[in-house]
Ligand binder design. Structure first.
Ligand code: 5GP
Ligand code: ZN
Length: 140
């Protein structure tokens, strides 16, 4: 359930103190140690899962409810102009801590946060064959 070598397991379960905005039986929401913007918070699952692929369905079903609750309170208090909610899976996607977490990044007009991509071309288009393979691979 928890991994003794994982820092986010220790923080999520209270073994390491953290600046906590919210906690329930499944999640702890803490302030990020290197915030991208004022109020940047991360939602940590209390049960260790490295990424979305191994996250339990129960936690997957609950995490967005926590995001909504905390993001709404942050918006009310911080009066931020926007909010990015994102979650990185794998090194190639920018994941640096391999315990699932979801970022809540308040955005302010003219801030310096960069979450951008360049819209692609035909070369990046997914073939019909691969699209159908993904459709078949989705398990109910
Ligand atoms: P990732 O890049 O894996 O999506 O995000 C990891 C995040 O965790 C980063 O934003 C980083 O600043 C934050 N972080 C890493 N170690 C700690 C820590 O010990 N405490 C807190 N509060 N945040 C951490
Ligand atoms: Zn962990």
């Amino acid at each position: 359930m928890t991994d003794s070598n994982c820092i986010f397991c220790k923080i999520a379960n209270g073994e390491i103190p953290s600046r906590t905005l919210y906690e329930d039986e499944s999640f702890r929401v803490i302030l990020d140690i290197s915030p991208a913007s004022k109020g940047h918070a991360i939602i940590l699952a209390k049960k260790h899962a490295e990424n979305i692929y191994s996250l339990s369905e129960a936690d997957a079903g609950k995490i967005y409810l926590v995001a909504k609750k905390v993001a709404t309170a942050m918006q009310n208090v911080l009066k931020c102009d926007g909010m990015n909610i994102l979650q990185n899976n794998g090194e190639a996607a920018g994941q640096t801590v391999f315990h699932l977490h979801m970022h809540l990044i308040p955005r302010y007009k003219d801030d310096k946060v960069q979450i951008k991509w360049t819209p692609g071309t035909e070369a990046e288009a997914l073939s019909q064959e691969l699209m159908e393979e993904i459709q078949k691979s989705i398990k109910e």
